[in-house]
Design a protein around this ligand. Structure first.
Ligand code: PFF
Length: 456
């Protein structure tokens, strides 16, 4: 089997470049769309609190573990687990599971990302009174139109990945992340001036602790894994391009804080925007169940209606920038989803990066065209690969590191760029989390999720 020389795999050019790339992977549809709608659905600030706990006590230790495994082995997830397996044939399965999850999550992620691009055009067509064209691009159920936007988005993703680690991924995320934050802040400031926004802010920060139940804990943990890009080896892959003088613990802390921060800030945009829509006469609750509309309806029905109500050039600018924001956030995440199988094909099968990116992108593109026509697959894929797949991957990573590779060896790797970490109180606490607290919590949540799926 061919393996590439680690020296030719590429590395991040700078510390900030890596942090932005990893944060770019983390900040995506999960933050700007998933998180705010989950908050609105699950008791406002009570959900935020539980989510923060999940990110910091489960997500952060797993992120440190993934980055450490990646940097130690300088390989893709399959190669990384093989390298540390001592010949045990089961250990590399963790990596194969990660690659499969990456491929399957990417196959629906690009469909939703394609919708965000389509809605940039919807807003433009609406503004210029091309009503038929606006209705065409805004129709989420149109498979042909979905496929066109999906494949366009996939090509963008492939183009960045073909550029390589520093010239493609790092350069793109370094440029896109500040733009994304700028757009987010401008939109928030404007939305705050509109009628109804205040009600949304109050609702966002009002905790309703009566809503805390096992389901809410499940949602918060699933959301934390997805949002932090954990459990499928994306951060093993990104960690494999880290050089030895980077402080892994510090970098993971920055990425976690950045991701959580953007999610909380995105809530300040999306939730007030929903209430602005309501103040403008748009229905944000399901008239039958009284529950908030699903996230898809909220983002692709309620918000565009609100932008249309604002009207004129401001309405157009708001709509276009909002959907561009979503698209950019999705792009910096989709490149990390694609990079996982691409790095596997490059490392383990000796393909050149360009060829690997186009072949893997093409194959996933075929699946995503099927998803474009059969949208019901999205829920199925989310259940299997996202809600179960990522926590399962996280659980296996914790067990592998804690009991097979052993914490001492991981700490030895972490010493590079963080001298003295093995004797610090951080390391003692981290080991306890990786060996006991995180896997136990993940296992409880995971089995309850699987049980719920079987029952439903
Ligand atoms: N973190 C991304 C989001 O919040 O949209 C999704 C994601 C990217 C999940 C990369 C997993 C991953 F490996």
């Amino acid at each position: 089997m061919a393996t590439t020389d680690p020296k030719h795999r590429g590395t991040w050019n700078s510390k900030i470049g890596f942090i932005l790339a990893a944060a770019g992977s983390a900040v995506g549809l999960g933050n700007i769309w998933g998180f705010p709608t989950q908050v609105a659905d699950n008791g406002g600030a009570a959900f935020i609190l539980i989510y923060l706990i999940c990110c910091f006590i489960i997500g952060f230790p797993v992120m440190v573990a993934e980055l450490t495994i990646g940097r130690k082995t300088q390989k893709n997830p399959v190669g990384a687990f093989k390298a540390l397996s001592n010949g045990n044939p089961f250990v590399p399965l963790i990596g194969y599971w990660g690659v499969l999850c990456g491929v399957m999550i990417l196959s629906f992620y690009v469909v939703i990302s394609g919708w965000t691009l389509a809605y940039v055009f919807e807003e433009l067509f609406y503004f210029f009174n091309y009503d038929a064209a606006a209705a065409y691009v805004g129709d989420l159920g149109n498979g042909v139109k979905n496929s066109i936007f999906t494949l366009f988005f996939m090509i963008l993703t492939v183009l960045v990945v073909t550029g390589g680690v520093s010239k493609g991924i790092e350069r793109a995320t370094k440029l896109l992340m500040p733009v994304l934050i700028g757009i987010l802040l401008i939109l928030i400031v404007y939305i705050f001036t509109l009628e109804g926004a205040r009600e949304g802010i109050v609702m966002y920060f009002r905790p309703d602790f009566s809503t805390i139940n096992p389901d809410l804990l499940l949602s918060a943990m699933g959301q934390a894994f997805f949002s932090l890009s954990l459990g499928m080896g994306a951060l093993i892959t990104y960690g494999s391009y880290l050089n030895k003088n980077q402080n892994i613990v510090e970098s993971a802390a920055y990425v976690t804080i950045f991701d959580v921060g953007i999610a909380v800030i995105a809530g300040l945009l999306v939730i007030p925007a929903m209430y602005v829509a309501q103040a403008g006469g748009v229905n944000i609750m399901d008239p039958v169940t009284g529950a908030l509309h699903s996230s898809t309806t909220l983002v692709f029905d309620v918000l565009p209606e609100m932008f249309h109500n604002v009207g004129g050039l401001i309405g157009l600018l708001l709509g276009v920038t909002f959907f561009l924001l979503l698209g950019l956030a999705a792009l910096t995440s989709s490149i990390s989803l694609l990079e996982v199988p691409v790095s596997y094909v490059i490392d383990e099968h000796g393909l050149k990066r360009k060829k690997a990116a186009w072949i893997v992108g093409g194959l996933v593109g075929i699946v995503s065209v099927v998803v474009s026509f059969e949208l019901g697959l999205i829920d199925i894929f989310v259940s299997i690969f996202n809600e179960v797949g990522l926590p399962l991957g996280g659980l296996m990573i914790c067990l592998f590191l804690g009991y097979f590779w052993k914490g001492e060896n991981a700490l030895l790797e972490m010493e590079n760029g963080n001298e003295g970490v093995s004797n610090s109180s951080f390391s003692k606490i981290w080991i306890i989390f990786i060996k006991f607290i995180s896997p136990i919590l993940i296992a409880i949540v995971l089995f309850t999720t699987i049980w719920g799926l079987i029952k439903s």
